[in-house]
Each structure stands twice: as C-alpha cells, then as structure tokens.
Design a protein around this ligand. Sequence first.
Ligand code: F6P
Length: 323
Amino acid sequence: MRRIAVLTSGGDAPGMNAAIRATVRTGISRGWEVLGVRNGYAGLISGAITPLGAREVGGIIQRGGTMLGSARCREFETGEGQSKALGQLQQRGIDALVVIGGNGSQSGAHALSQHGFPVVGVASTIDNDLSGTDVTIGVTSAIDVALEAIDRLKVTGASHQRAFLVEVMGRKCGYLALMAGLTGGADAIVIPEQEADPESVADHLRAAYANGKAHAIVVVAEGARNNAEGMANYFQLHHERLGFDLRVTKLGHVQRGVAPGAYDRLLGTLLGAAATEQLANKSHGVLVGMIKGEVATTPLSEVVTQKKALDLRLLDLAHVLAK
Ligand code: F6P
C-alpha cells in the first residue's frame, strides 16, 4: 500500500471528522500518502481529490459535519459514474479507498469493491440502520440533541399541562426515536417497526395526565406511517373529542449539525484507525463497525443485503417506565 484516499458520503454525522483524522494520521504513520476526496462520490467522479497531511486534519475532532464535505450522488449509482470514479483513482495511483458513511455509501463501496478496487467502509450515520455494527458514528450525539429538545419541551409542557410531539430523523428506521423516547421518558413512541395509530397515542397521553403528570410527550420517527404531519392532522381534526391539544416539534437536520460527544469521537477514532489496519493487513471489501463492544469487520456483501433488526423489547420497557 502506498497511497490511499478517504471520503465521507451521504448524510453528515457527528464523529465523521474523528474518523477522517484517524484514517489520515494512522495512514501517514504507516508511511502511506493519504488523499481526501471532496463531497463524497461526486468528488470521486469529478476528481476533487487533494493530499491530506496531519496538520490538515488538526482541530477537527471536536467539530460536527465533515471537513471533506458530503453529497448524495445519483450519478455514482450508474455503471458510467462508477467507471469515471475508478478512472480518477487509477489516474492518481490510489491503491485503496476508505468510505465513511451509511447504507447508500456502503452500497457504493460494495460496487467499487465488486469492480476489484480495494475499499474499506466505516459505519457512520445518525440513523444507526446499518448492518455490520451495533452502533454507527453519529447516532449517540444525534440522540443527545433529541434529549435536549425533549427535556426543554417537558419544562414548557409542565407549565401549561400540554402534550408535545417530537419528530426525530432516522429515515425508515425507528432506532433514534426508540432511544430518544426511552431515555427521554416519553409517554408514547411511534416507530415504523411497530406502527401506532393516533387513538392509541391519545390513550397513552391521557394515561400520563391520569398518572398525575403535568406534561405528556410522544416521540415519533419520521419514517412512521403516522409521523408528525399525520398525527398533528388527526389531533387537530379530533381535538374536541380527544380533549387536548398536541403541539408538534420536528427536529429535522438540527440533529445532524451537533458537535460530536465523547462516544462519537471515540468511535470515529477507533473505526478510522481500524480502516487503515484492515488495508495494512490486505483485507478489504469489508465494513469496520463495533459489535459487542469490539471493533469488528463484516463483508460489504453482507452489509448491503442484510436488514438490521431493532430490539423491540426496548419499546415494551419504555411503556413500562412511562408511569
Ligand atoms: O440518513 C441520515 C438522514 O439524516 C436521515 O435521518 C434523513 O431522513 C435524511 O438523512 C435526510 O437527508 P437529506 O439531508 O439529504 O435531506
């Protein structure tokens, strides 16, 4: 190995910078040249690739987002786009690529790997919906944002005896909502893996008041059939019969822009370092992730075909604790 490149792709996630820094600095310490690709696969296609030294990745570990930039690149999903990218890599004598990102990004990594190019993926997305890792870079900090919002809504909610709905991101996965609801003390949690209709949510909120609470909170995943919009419409329509208002807060991209907390800095650091270790050991076509507290690798072919399961027992626990 002489020269490797690193890119971040898909939705930025807090801790990506820690992974870039660890990839660059461990690569350099192995005597390699490390290059950074700007704006994900779009930059790989256009050839926006520049050398990264140890100093260029200084002062980034504490910053959210990604210093390399990111993109969702449709062109890379095509054979033509992939050929252009491979051409750029070959033209620059790049021997291997590290791809930091989530599901779509690792599908791209798998495609390059199937073309015979050495790639190692690093698990990173605030959705935590990626197989091959128990936890992805970014999700813990994103949950913290949701918790801060829930805590604040409880303060104002208690002042007015109001019910609040908080919608969190997560695409089709309910992990963020489940964890934010469980650790934020929500009275109801609505996720795509176990849909709940507005009437059952209203029952949970009513139970919260009946239990003497001054506020009631429901956390909803954006991917749920009855997401913020659906719930808000229903509660507005049936306001008189249901007996209370439901104020809605959609957190959206606010969850992504946060500075990484301790765990995401650590995870980014460990997985970035593991990526160059894999390449040094001539192992590629794999994702590096964290399984049962240990850094572990999983073939990208498995990562892109397997669906990650959510532990629905935690939903039952959240309901038991919402007393
Ligand atoms: O995959 C990360 C994520 O933040 C999802 O939770 C969300 O649905 C999506 O990205 C939003 O994508 P974009 O930033 O392209 O609007």
